[in-house]
Unconditional design. Structure first.
Length: 255
């Protein structure tokens, strides 16, 4: 109903404008009597109409396409905040505690003092050299460790599936790749049933799946904090106070 009213208004407006133009040209003809000049003027401008439409269409399409793309990326960046609140931060914390290769993430403890250049340099570094991961877990502790990881994934399985089904994610390959890696790790753990007596070869295979997840998690976390630092500096304080790479991070404000 609303669309019909809007269409009717546009039709009425177009008719009014057309009639008004006819009346103006008619008035000029009656007053000045220069019919040939009016016709020549009309033909000249009618000839330029396709060119005007072409130029306007191309320019508007470019502007609207860019704006739409920026709006989609904005929505995805906002979704990333929910992702890290729901599962990302907890998963990073669990995997970081088990990781024996912490060299590439030690500097993330001091991320509160970073500027845009620091973020860009770190993202470039992570892009070229993904964070290494290997869980240093004794055989008798593997079951508890894997159960904690699986619990996080199972509790958020529906959330992850809903995210991956979001068509806007087609614009963000890195984040989509992270979600697929998480769903794959979830399936690997679920198919094993009881996670008891995990042999070395099998644990090494799971280590590969966890490494894929962890390297992508770290990259997306840094990217998300860069986004907050640039667009929502008042929100980055909480992200820093809950820094999953800093075991001494405290959500409470102390200074």
């Amino acid at each position: 109903m609303k669309e019909n009213k809007e269409m009717n208004w546009k039709i009425k407006f177009a008719i009014i404008m057309f009639v008004l133009a006819v009346l103006i040209f008619l008035a000029r003809y009656l007053i000045c009597g220069d019919g040939e000049e009016i016709i020549a003027y009309l033909w000249k401008h009618i000839g330029f109409i396709p060119i005007d439409i072409l130029i306007v269409a191309l320019v508007l399409e470019e502007i609207m396409g860019r704006k739409e793309h920026e709006a989609i990326l904005e929505k995805i960046d906002m979704l990333m905040g929910t992702f890290f609140s729901e599962i990302g931060n907890d998963l990073i914390a669990e995997l970081s505690k088990a990781n024996v290769n912490k060299a590439n993430t030690d500097d993330l403890k001091a991320i509160k003092s970073w500027n845009d250049k620091d973020y860009d340099n770190k993202l470039k570094e992570l892009k070229n050299n993904p964070v290494d991961f290997k869980a240093n877990i004794a055989p008798e502790e593997r079951e508890d460790f894997l159960n904690r990881i699986q619990s996080l994934l199972v509790e958020n399985r529906e959330f992850l599936v809903n995210l991956i089904n979001n068509p806007n994610l087609l614009e963000k390959d890195e984040f989509s790749s992270l979600l697929l890696a998480l769903l794959h790790l979830d399936e690997e753990l679920a198919r094993r049933g009881e996670l008891t007596d995990i042999k070395d070869a099998d644990f090494n295979h799971l280590n590969g799946d966890m490494k894929r997840v962890y390297s992508k998690l770290v990259y997306e976390w840094v990217y998300y904090l860069k986004y907050l630092n640039k667009h929502y500096p008042y929100m980055i304080s909480l992200a820093i106070r809950t820094n999953p790479f800093d075991s001494e991070a405290d959500v409470h404000v102390t200074e």
